[in-house]
Design a protein around this ligand. Sequence first.
Ligand SMILES: *[C@@H]1O[C@H](CO)[C@@H](O)[C@H](O)[C@H]1NC(C)=O
Ligand SMILES: *[C@@H]1O[C@H](CO)[C@@H](O)[C@H](O)[C@H]1NC(C)=O
Length: 327
Amino acid sequence: MSLPLADFILYPFAVINHNYLSWISKVQVNHPAVLRRAQQVQARRTVKKEWQAAWLLKAVTFIDLTTLSGDDTSSNVQRLCYKAKYPIREDLLKALNMHDKDITTAAVCVYPARVCDAVRALKAAGCNIPVASVATGFPAGQTHLKTRLEEIRLAVEDGASEIDVVINRSLVLTGQWEALYDEIRQFRKACGEAHLKTILATGELGSLTNVYKASMIAMMAGSDFIKTSTGKETVNATFPVAIVMLRAIRDFFWKTGNKIGFKPAGGIRSAKDALAWLSLIKEELGDEWLKPELFRIGASTLLSDIERQIYHHVTGRYAAYHDLPMS
Ligand SMILES: *[C@@H]1O[C@H](CO)[C@@H](O)[C@H](O)[C@H]1NC(C)=O
Ligand SMILES: *[C@@H]1O[C@H](CO)[C@@H](O)[C@H](O)[C@H]1NC(C)=O
């Protein structure tokens, strides 16, 4: 059975039930149709030149400014937080008449052991940018369930208000949808008030059909966001995968009235990429999804390219390396 994407959802959601699970196990994504759509979107020119600076500033407000390295320290996390609070040089913002708009990134994203550092640094900077922590044995998820859950609770205790979890990929690869649902429900409970962002690690799920199914299960289990990748897989966020996830979000919204957020991550480095992602969201879900409550871009180096492009827009030349220090 191969359904076109538009005909996807047939059963009411409400609570997970066996009808629904048996439906999930039969859904098929029309792979060639998704690839065609991805090409179509990618071929389009993104944003008119005169609007670019405004769109780039908008993109800044969607960034989960991320550092996930083995050698992260409290001082590089502190620098990251400063950059989250002051993402674009003040004089550039003045030139665009945006200096009083309090433009910051959407969140900072760190390892659990660095949450305290981030919370402290942001507090010192006098801002309430949320701290997101990865958890559940990120990036592979290969730790015992008990420690994965404890990791969530500890990160929340340290002040993380968003938790980016990874799922057990083999539950997807072997079609154990109910077990996947149960696992994510437990993550949800462990989060308490914190937002749950579920990373599907789509590069390791085998097929677009599995991406759709895992997206649906993650949303049914109570995720606030679904996220493409950890940034550590060999395949990062791609447009075909994103289209499938966005259609799942749309289908879920039609059926339940709940708007779930989307976060592409991994390999998004250039201002041009960021604009392409914004247009994709606009086309697939509409402007109402273009706000930090429903759209994030996970990135570490993207912000410096955006700042470079804004510098160019304002001054007419490209920044020398020392003009835009540290990002
Ligand atoms: C993931 O799920 C598989 C079942 O398919 C199980 O064998 C494995 O132990 C699970 N991994 C973890 C880390 O719990
Ligand atoms: C995926 O993204 C990560 C983080 O940005 C990067 O280090 C890696 O090279 C990317 N991989 C691919 C295949 O693009």
